[in-house]
Design a protein around this ligand. Structure first.
Ligand SMILES: NC(=O)C1=CN([C@@H]2O[C@H](COP(=O)(O)OP(=O)(O)OC[C@H]3O[C@@H](n4cnc5c(N)ncnc54)[C@H](O)[C@@H]3O)[C@@H](O)[C@H]2O)[C@H](O)CC1
Ligand SMILES: [K+]
Length: 513
């Protein structure tokens, strides 16, 4: 499942037409047919439907949909929003097919005076006005029509994308608030960017017959993490495994005011398969933490200002770090001391995960990190605020362009970047991206990020491919929250609950059919 911008989708369409030889008329017919196949089980003959049609190919899809619905005997009106002569190209061809089939449409101008009143009679409103070709902000009369549709009571289904929303990382001013969006062949990028994401409602991605090669050959990878991908890529443990080969993890952090974070990271790391976990914490708080992490071992460090210092002499590469396959640094680390992350970990050969206060300190030494470290892969897991600090941008700027900003950063600093939030985006150092769809607002709570860090580290120790490990951790983390809210209030979920249900969710994800 791909995620595309409008511009990429147009490139894919062109490839399909020019290199494969499938015509635009056929694709439009397929789009309308696929839309109706999805729609039919949800409508009854008592429903009153309206299709609102625009000038471009989105409107062309609307004529196909209108024709199929009328042929099937539904009560459906077709309203053309712009002036008739504006409809050209393939949309015009399907307008003629609609007319030649003996069907009628009306113009918006005819009903403009009582349009809002008219809308009240429809139980289903199909929005085929503006699609991926819209530029800027919808002009009149679309602007008024969008407002009226948003005030109507019927179920609103957007064709391909809600009119007014662009398939880009740009802010939209006004858009259809759809209950459902039936989108063609690939998800559209704005589906995963707020506030545009609010407009889409429930999304269904429909196959319209574009061959896979057209998607693979036209743009760089941006994909959805699917149930199937996770099921097929979860690590399998060999029958003759022992703790020494299941991955040795070191988790560095914890401070006098913050003892819980590292407990959560450790618990999640153990629950995702780590063979041995050692926790490096200030000596003063070791006992308290030890009481909550039965299975872990400890690496006590002298405390200064209630926190540890991450400097090469505390973690000699030849004696200490080389004993571990993976390291996570940052949970509960604190912000009082100066650290030297780059020089401490530059030569470390395993996977290095930097999170939370680790990212806070990373900002001070970013220059050193450009191009990545020499020893092995680095994975960073910022939320929007941390990403804003790392890039010197505002949270709003990052939120609007999460894909572009992640990609730039991951490629420049050669890191695997996990930009957390609703629809977490994972970016590899070569720019490939994956979008996660599991999870819900119960995760907006302290400690959930610490559990994700532990899960990422735990999976990294099990998996051959880094991106599989990260995608699976992000997916399962979200899915635990989805599982929890089935029986628990959305406000009540805690990070500890995630660790509790994690084993069950991991099991069901592995064996799901
Ligand atoms: N994905 C596929 O393979 C297929 C998608 N189809 C549908 O085609 C649209 C994209 O069609 P396109 O003609 O490029 O663009 P639109 O329909 O979105 O319409 C653009 C149309 O609107 C005018 N316009 C542009 N900006 C504005 C504005 N701000 N205000 C008012 N009007 C505007 C412009 O002049 C054009 O006339 C895609 O979403 C799918 O629904 C095809 O069916 C084929 C297969
Ligand atoms: K639309």
């Amino acid at each position: 499942m791909y995620v595309v911008t409008g511009e990429e989708m147009h490139r894919i369409d062109r490839y399909t037409m020019e290199k494969i030889g499938l015509s635009e008329e056929t694709l439009m017919e397929n789009a309308g047919q696929a839309f109706c196949r999805q729609l039919f089980p949800t409508v009854g003959l008592e429903d009153r439907l309206v299709v609102l049609i625009g000038t471009g190919n989105n409107g062309g899809d609307g004529f196909v949909i209108g024709r199929i619905l009328k042929e099937a005997g539904f009560l459906v009106d077709v309203i053309v929003i712009p002036r008739e002569e504006k409809i050209r190209g393939t949309a015009l061809k399907h307008k003629r097919i609609f007319e030649n089939s003996g069907h009628e449409w009306i113009t918006f101008r005819e009903v403009q005076e009582h349009f809002e009143q008219l809308l009240t009679k429809y139980t289903i409103i199909i929005d085929a006005m503006l699609g991926t070709g819209m530029v800027g902000t919808p002009r009149w009369p679309y602007s008024d029509v969008i407002e009226s549709v948003n005030g109507a009571t019927g179920r609103v289904i957007a064709v391909d994308i809600p009119s007014g929303v662009t398939a880009t990382e740009e802010k939209h001013e006004v858009g259809i608030n759809a209950d459902q969006t039936y989108t063609f062949q690939a998800a559209k990028i704005s589906n995963f960017l707020y506030p545009a994401a609010f407009c889409f409602g429930e999304v269904h991605i429909l196959d319209i017959g574009i061959p896979r090669i057209a998607l693979e050959n036209t743009f760089e990878t941006r994909k959805l993490i699917t149930d199937e991908k996770v099921k097929n890529s979860l690590a399998v443990r060999k029958q003759n495994a022992h703790k020494g080969v299941s991955g040795k993890a070191l988790i560095i952090g914890g401070s006098i005011p913050m003892t819980g974070a590292i407990v959560l990271t450790t618990g999640a790391c153990l629950r995702t398969g780590a063979g041995l976990v050692t926790v490096a914490v200030p000596d003063k708080i070791l006992l308290g933490i030890a009481q909550k992490t039965t299975e872990a071992m400890f690496y006590p460090l002298p405390q200064k200002n209630g926190e540890i210092e991450i400097i090469p002499s505390h973690f000699p590469q030849d004696k200490t770090l080389s004993a571990y396959d993976g390291i996570a640094v940052g949970p509960g680390l604190g912000r009082n001391n100066k650290h030297n992350l780059y020089d401490t970990f530059n030569d470390f050969k395993g996977n290095l995960v930097i999170d939370a206060d680790g990212l806070y300190h990373l900002v001070d030494e970013l220059d050193k990190w450009r191009g990545g470290r020499e020893g092995g892969p680095t994975i960073i897991t910022p939320h929007l605020g941390e990403m804003a600090r790392l890039t010197g941008k505002t949270v709003e700027e990052v939120e609007l362009q999460r894909f572009r900003i992640s990609k730039q950063f991951a490629m420049e600093y050669k890191v695997y970047l996990v930009l957390k939030g609703p629809f977490t985006i994972i970016t590899a150092p070569d720019g490939r991206q994956w979008v996660n769809q599991t999870g819900n607002e119960s995760l907006a709570k302290g400690g959930t990020g610490d559990t994700l860090t532990g899960m990422i580290l735990g999976f990294l120790l099990q998996h051959e491919y880094i991106t599989d490990a990260i995608c699976n951790a992000v997916y399962i983390h979200g899915k635990t929250a989805d599982e929890l809210v089935k029986s628990q209030d959305i406000l009540s979920v805690t990070a500890s609950d995630i660790i509790e249900v994690l084993p069950k969710v991991l099991h069901s994800s592995r064996y799901q059919t």
